[in-house]
Write a protein that binds this ligand. Sequence first.
Ligand code: ADP
Ligand code: NI
Length: 209
Amino acid sequence: MLRKMAVSSVCSSQLEQLRAIDDYVKQLFRKDPTGHDYYHMKRVSRLAKKIAEKEGADLFICEAGALLHDVGDRKLFDSPELAKKHMFQFLRSIHFSEERILKLYEAIKDTSFSKGQVPSSLEGKVIQDADRIDAIGAIGIARTFAFGGAKGQLIYDEENPEKTSIQHFYDKLLLLKDQLNTEFAKVIAEERHLFLEQFLKRFHSEMGP
Ligand code: ADP
Ligand code: NI
């Protein structure tokens, strides 16, 4: 019932497609230990839907695209091109038209922070904002240390701070709130950004002189 209400604005065949995409993404990411697990995709999808409602974006493309936004990410896939090819085949198998596939791909191809791109479509901007919001706040902190641990990176190192997880806060996480595309995402980000600052303050005070 709850699930039905959450996607009440999309028609029933789209609901079935969303369920199939959810299953597909679960299989792909459920064992990821780097903070890019299935629950990251679910959270980004939920956030994207919330933002899309406020911004007047296509809800279905935002929800579906957010679920799929990390498929083919170079950090996560040995063969990114193959992963994307497989995703397109999968979308065809659940009766996505070529036009829809194009619209969805347009919305997710520039999500990544490291690419430094602003997506051209409103749906792309919404999904990028949702992904960035999931990189800050308590969840963002947890993901950062999960990523660092999975990659064998140190938490903190005074002598060689460049490649530590704490450094990642200064290199990326603290910058995100000023790089959001939509007004509603900026509102959500405010509290989460404050929490990052509080965490760092506390971390350094517990670290001591
Ligand atoms: P995007 O999906 O925008 O390309 P990334 O996949 O690089 O961004 O980062 C997603 C999350 O993974 C970050 O928010 C952070 O939690 C974690 N992460 C990425 N790179 C690092 C790093 N060098 N150190 C610690 N965490 C990282
Ligand atoms: Ni992501």
